[in-house]
Design a protein around this ligand. Structure first.
Ligand code: IVH
Length: 679
């Protein structure tokens, strides 16, 4: 085989596996095997630079940081959608469509329903099947050309597949949504929280920020994904014809899929408006379990000829509408505003709320971020406020209901002293965060122990908040190194602590010693040093000794470690009390070198047997099986005493009853996803 042939073969195989992984969530090979294919292609392309093409999978992150984005006119305006908020409004839409088409009211109209993805719209141009341009919606008439950034999105193919369906010889434009999956959003906000950067309010803002980032290298790391739902023009450049190729929208979606474009799989053809209403009801309930945020359902007339006849107003097409899910908001009263002292001494206000139900849980607290935010939004103790679930997990206060503000309700004032130790709070002029600088502040000590023991750090199970409170207030533990001198005898003197749990805890503490350098670095809780930074440092330096003697510049040379981390880490290590702490941890037997991967995430479900029943909304059965197997678990066909978990999706079968009979642990979809994400 010639190099050119091998290159072509590798590209086709890589594209196929990218589709399996990023679009179908159902990989067929391991990451290592995929990397091997990629490396071979990279090597061959280095040897034959003349054979490199723009649609080669090696060419995703090519662009340099740019100065700005050129503006581009859309071939056809990117319209917005009219909204429906209730069943009545959905039926009114159906009636308008009937009238517009001159059809009798009793003739059912076929609609395609899709989830409305909460991202930002994008238009992709493929020329002879090769991705040549990506443009944001902008104002609908003209958008920004963000091609280099779009190319980094792994779900977006650089070249269309021609093996399942011919690729047009001219230009096609496909439109859809770029979005940030929830897990990537949560990871991003976790990192930003560690770095004390402002959090993104929702995945959409985070995605919009990413796609408009001037550095494609940074965009590639965000973990953006995409779903496409429209084919607008087929023909030569500028030759815009609508409707394109396919007679129905359902067939268009199938065509997009066949070209290897990402299409959200929950779409359905509904034969009449009743089926549309059912679909909207169903997803209003199920949407929590999805891997991405959705704020509604888009309802589209299936026949493209009918769409043509219906046309559009200046803003919306008449053939589509968006059903918006009821907002996950509630109103309650702020009982008081208190502050919380974090492990780095940051003092953050939060609202204590009158308990209120909000999409499945009771909320009694919400963060207020910082003093400035409280003032900016004018939230006062005693106010009625609208609260919302941001990213669907952390509740936040949206705004006060001014019409309900009582006469005695006065603005909140940030305390001048630390509520835990009484020392004066400080705030550098250019920062928004007030801090307690007392290293012995009991609140800081508590939080740093909590962090040290947390699952992602040293993972000391059983060392919970109330136990830490007791240990600190009785002065049994003054810092994290003291944990390693606790004996079962001493622990037994604490409240609610029997011999058995005391022994168990000392064993947990003991086994945490072998966590390894990466976890230890993260566990120390140095400001700005998050999990990723810690892992990168451990990989590079391999031992605490090497880290202690490295310079700030040495740190900065590590990928994933920026100047801020490098500076704070060096400053932390230069403080004698911190060096002493690390030394005491070492003397206690805490491992100070990088752990060889004992249990890589891949093997973490080792020995566990799963049985799947019913339909999962966010992934196919194959994908679920692949995810379990990739982590070393097994999937069996029937439930027995040997089954560890039964994963129950919608409409589960008799396996669920069997599991109940045998007392096997049953996981619903969110619990299963959590398990998979955790390992
Ligand atoms: S169809 C002519 N389908 O929602 C407009 N839009 O509120 C065609 N969106 O600008 C849009 N998911 O960015 C359509 N499955 C979906 C969608 C979707 C999200 C966005 C799109 C649009 C906005 C309108």
């Amino acid at each position: 085989m010639t190099s050119a042939e091998r290159i072509a073969e590798l590209r086709a195989r890589i594209r196929h596996h990218e589709e399996r992984y990023h679009i179908l969530a159902s990989p067929e090979i391991s990451d290592a095997e995929f990397d091997a294919l990629m490396h071979e292609l990279e090597r061959l392309e280095r040897e034959h630079p003349d054979l490199v093409t723009s649609d080669s999978p090696t060419q995703r992150v090519g662009g340099r940081p740019s100065e700005g984005f050129p503006t581009v006119d859309h071939a056809m305006p990117m319209l917005s959608l009219d909204n429906a908020y209730s069943e009545e409004e959905l039926r009114a839409f159906d009636e308008r469509v009937h009238r517009g088409l001159g059809l009798p009211a009793d003739q059912p109209i076929s609609y395609v329903v899709e989830l409305k993805i909460d991202g930002l719209s994008i238009a992709l141009t493929y020329d002879h099947g090769v991705l040549v341009r990506g443009v944001t919606r902008g104002d609908g008439v003209r958008g920004e050309e963000v091609t280099a950034n779009v190319r980094t999105v792994r779900a977006i193919p650089l070249g269309l597949r021609a093996d399942r369906q011919p690729v047009p010889n001219g230009t096609i434009e496909v439109r859809g949504e770029v979005y940030l999956p929830r897990h990537a959003f949560e990871r991003l906000n976790r990192e930003r929280e560690e770095n004390e950067e402002p959090l993104f309010a929702n995945p959409r803002n985070a995605a919009a920020g990413a796609i408009r980032n001037l550095d494609p290298g940074a965009v590639a790391k965000r973990g953006l994904s995409a779903y496409m739902y429209q084919l607008v023009s087929v023909g030569g450049v500028g030759a815009v014809r609508d409707p394109p190729l396919q007679p129905t929208h359902a067939e268009t979606l199938r065509a997009l899929q066949a070209w290897g474009l990402p299409v959200e799989p929950s779409w359905r053809v509904c034969g009449n408006i009743n089926a549309v209403v059912d679909y909207c009801r169903e997803w209003a309930e199920r949407r929590q379990a999805l891997a991405f945020d959705t704020d509604g359902v888009v309802i589209k007339v299936d026949s493209l000829a009918w769409r043509q006849r219906l046309g559009a107003t200046s803003k919306f097409p008449r053939w589509a509408t968006a059903f918006k899910f009821p907002a996950q908001q509630a109103t309650t009263r702020v009982v008081k505003i208190e502050v919380n002292v974090g492990r780095t001494g940051a003092v953050t206000p939060f609202a204590v709320l009158e308990p209120v139900r909000l999409s499945g849980s009771t909320i009694q607290m919400a963060t207020l971020h910082n003093e400035q935010e409280v003032a900016r939004r004018d939230i006062r103790p005693g106010d009625y406020v609208v609260i919302e679930k941001g990213g669907d997990v952390i509740p936040k206060v949206v705004m006060p209901v001014l019409s309900r503000r009582g006469p005695g309700v006065v603005p909140w004032v940030m305390p001048a002293m630390c509520p835990a130790c009484g020392s004066h709070l400080h705030r550098p002029e250019d920062e928004v965060v007030w801090r307690c600088l007392n290293t012995a502040c009991p609140a800081k000590v508590r939080r740093s122990i909590e962090h040290f023991a947390s699952r992602r750090a040293m993972n000391i199970e059983g060392l919970g908040e109330s136990l830490i409170d007791q240990l600190v207030s009785r002065e049994l533990v003054r810092d994290v190194a003291d944990l390693y001198h606790l004996t079962a005898d001493r622990l037994e003197t604490l409240e609610r602590m029997g011999r058995k749990s005391a022994t168990k805890l000392t064993m947990q503490v003991e086994s945490s010693k072998s966590s390894g350098l990466s976890r230890l670095l993260y566990a120390l809780g140095v400001r700005h040093v998050g999990e990723r930074g810690a892992a990168a440092l451990a990989r590079t330096f391999r031992s605490m000794d090497a880290i202690l003697s490295a310079t700030r510049d040495d740190f900065e040379r590590v990928p994933d470690v920026g100047p801020v981390v490098a500076t704070t880490l060096r400053a932390y290590l230069d403080e004698p009390p911190n060096r002493a702490l690390i030394e005491r941890l070492g003397t206690a037997g805490v491992k100070m070198t990088a752990a060889e991967p004992v249990a890589t995430p891949q093997q973490s479900l080792d020995g566990k047997t799963f049985v799947l029943t019913g339909t999962l909304s966010s992934l196919s059965r194959e994908a679920a099986t692949a995810a379990i197997e990739a982590r070393g678990g097994k999937v069996a066909g029937s439930v027995s005493r040997k089954t560890t978990y039964v994963v129950a999706g919608a409409e589960p079968g008799s396996k669920l009853e069997k599991a109940r009979e045998l007392g096997v642990t049953i996981l619903d979809e969110p619990a299963f996803l959590q398990l998979i994400m955790d390992y």
